[in-house]
Design a protein around this ligand. Structure first.
Ligand SMILES: [Zn+2]
Length: 474
């Protein structure tokens, strides 16, 4: 059977505008989706969207003196626009305020409730409003949430709980055996030791008297815990209508991308929910790193925020995609900054790719040299590149392509065809270089779709001509 590929980003919380972190995850998902869809020809589905419920959103809307639905509509639209501006090829954009999604969430919770996996109780604990999560004492630093630097509140309330403890052993076995792969490996080990040491406790699954959410179908005074509502997007985004519906043919997800702050809930609550719903668990959770800007955390007060729209304005869409994807080892934290981006842009794009193409096409046109090259003829390159992509080393995949470009650059510089008079001798030098450029461009498609298309068109012509300058120096 042919492989399929379902990839998701987390749905982004609409209490903030799209930032570089969202952008990085979304471009990476797009690159992987395009690779599987366009290069491997696999049935592919790429889902992203927005998480629009919860107390924080209600507060934020109030702050901005806006109707809740109006507020979330506006921010969701910002995300849609941002992804359009970056040429993101998502197959659906799911919103948790979508009626169909909400109806399916209710059916899922009902199913879990009828099964006895959700029960009424009370919960007492430390609750961080920023995380919308109860916190363990040992998660706190100086009594404060490490992510929000605020003291969580002591809260006790009637709640419905999800019997997550019931699924602990099953889940641990799946993580250990890689049936549920958690990558990079270090993150898997973290999760295994967390489950082994602390165990999975039952988790509060509803909030009383919080209007902005999905009401529980059997008790409308409660709304669903935001995470429970949000996780189900990975199914409803495929058109799933609830537990009576068949498992969508694209489920389980081959890869769910996320940053490390939301790994634990994805590896425990989300997977246990799937088990409770009698559905397969995810195949892989992949955790990518965070960015620092010039060694510091990005923040408005430091004035070092790199906004996605500023990147695009300065470098263009494809170059921005390249700069982010090549900035760091995918899966590790990275350090970015405008100077680094400028240097990389000039070295890899203006001087590297752009200049090589200009030099080669210039001579081919000037001397009317026709080369005989064809599409898809470097199986070794394709294989090496594919291996990196399958391992989600998207930064490595780019290095492989740029290695090829560099080799050809060196070949060109040492053979100096511009000093040769005889056309046949020139052609002998330029033909294999043109072939390599075409091969690289074909694999570059997932990363730089428009640039790749231009180069492919240019190098597929009978007479290759000097085109426009692809990446003017900065
Ligand atoms: Zn917090």
């Amino acid at each position: 059977m042919k492989n399929k590929f379902y990839i998701t980003t987390p749905i982004y919380y609409v209490n903030a505008q799209p930032h570089i972190g969202h952008t990085y995850t979304t471009i990476a998902a797009d690159v992987l989706a395009r690779y599987h869809r366009d290069i491997l020809g696999e049935p592919t589905f790429f889902l992203t969207g927005t998480d629009e419920h919860g107390a924080k959103i209600a507060e934020k809307a109030k702050e901005e003196k806006k109707e809740l639905q109006v507020f979330v509509d506006e921010v969701a639209e910002e995300f849609v626009k941002a992804w359009r501006a970056l040429n993101i090829s998502n197959d659906n954009f799911i919103r948790t305020t979508d009626e169909k999604h909400m109806a399916a969430v209710q059916k899922a919770l009902r199913y879990m409730y009828d099964k006895g996996d959700i029960y009424k109780g009370s919960y007492k604990g430390l609750y961080c409003r920023g995380c919308e999560q109860f916190k363990n004492e040992k998660d706190l630093i100086d009594g404060k949430c490490p992510d929000h630097k605020t003291e969580p509140e002591q809260m006790s309330e009637e709640t419905y709980l999800f019997k997550m403890s019931k699924y602990q052993d099953k889940l641990l076995a799946k993580v250990k055996s890689d049936e549920l792969k958690i990558r990079p490996e270090g993150k898997k080990n973290e999760m295994v030791s967390f489950i082994e040491k602390e165990g999975l406790q039952d988790v509060s699954f509803s909030r009383k008297n919080l209007a902005w959410g999905v009401p529980l179908p059997w008790d409308a005074s409660h709304t669903s815990y935001v995470w429970a509502d949000a996780f189900l997007n990975y199914l409803t985004g495929l058109g799933w209508k609830g537990p009576k519906d068949k498992c969508p043919k694209m489920w389980p997800a081959e890869t769910q991308l996320m940053s490390k702050d939301i790994l634990r809930v994805h590896a425990t609550i989300w997977q246990a929910m799937l088990l409770s719903l009698d559905l397969p668990t995810s195949k892989e959770l992949f955790i990518h790193g965070f960015f620092l800007a010039d060694g510091q955390k990005m923040s408005k007060s430091l004035g070092n925020v790199i906004a996605p729209q500023d990147l695009v304005k300065k470098y263009g869409i494809d170059a921005s995609r390249y700069l982010l994807m090549s900035a760091t080892v995918f899966g590790s934290d990275g350090d970015i900054g405008w100077q680094k981006f400028d240097e990389k842009y000039n070295a890899d794009l203006a001087n590297g790719l752009g200049n090589l193409i200009a030099r080669v096409s210039n001579i081919l046109e000037k001397d009317s040299i026709k080369v005989n090259i064809k599409s898809g003829n470097d199986q070794a390159l394709k294989k090496e590149f594919g291996k990196a992509m399958q391992n989600l080393r998207i930064d490595e995949a780019l290095k492989i392509l740029w290695g090829k470009l560099r080799q050809n650059d060196e070949k060109l510089s040492s053979a100096k065809p511009w000093e040769i008079k005889e056309i046949d001798a020139k052609k002998k030098i330029l033909e294999p270089i043109a072939q390599d450029i075409l091969n690289v461009a074909e694999l570059l498609q997932p990363f730089m779709p428009e640039t790749a298309e231009k180069i492919i068109k240019q190098f597929s012509a009978k007479q290759i001509k000097k085109g426009e300058s692809l990446f003017p120096r900065i």
